[in-house]
Write a protein that binds this ligand. Sequence first.
Ligand code: SF4
Length: 199
Amino acid sequence: MIQWDKLTQALERRGFAVSRFATGREAADYLDGKLDGRTIGMGGSVTLQELGLYERLAAHNTVYWHWSAQGPEARAAARTAQVYLTSANALAETGEIFNIDGHGNRVAATLDGHESVYFVVGANKIAPDAQAALSRARNVAGPKNAQRLGRRTPCAARGDRCYDCDSPERICGVLVTLWRKPVGIPCAEVVLVEEELGY
Ligand code: SF4
């Protein structure tokens, strides 16, 4: 049972703004209403994809997303956007946010260079403490993403856990733990969703 109030207080103590919604649809409506006329970069994220945020936001913002028809060049443009949207691989109820990345663009964007960053996080990403959240990022999100990408890694083949592999197709290159809102990001908000989103 997720302790939503405890999580909200922990995130606020760490400098994050927090909003919370019962459904992904409501969270998407919130972001669609809040972001208008901005330049927005989006990280590779099944959560953002499931919410249809690219299509909605691109109707009235300038959005850069390398998962759209724009292709990989959008990564460079996203670096200069005012706003950045991503999810998290795991979030601890004690407030730490974990993200593992291969390319590095998604995690770098959460550290510096944007006026505001939004983390959209579904209930399935939330773990009781930092140790459990890190384990989730490595042993749940990692294998599922390797499977999604069709990588020849032991985690994708077996789908059970991370093997800290030396595969040339390894997707995990960088781990970023946000203990607090980075000083280089003026406003960081965690958008909590009481539904499963992404993985
Ligand atoms: S390090 Fe290798 S085995 Fe572990 S999740 Fe990443 S790709 Fe899979």
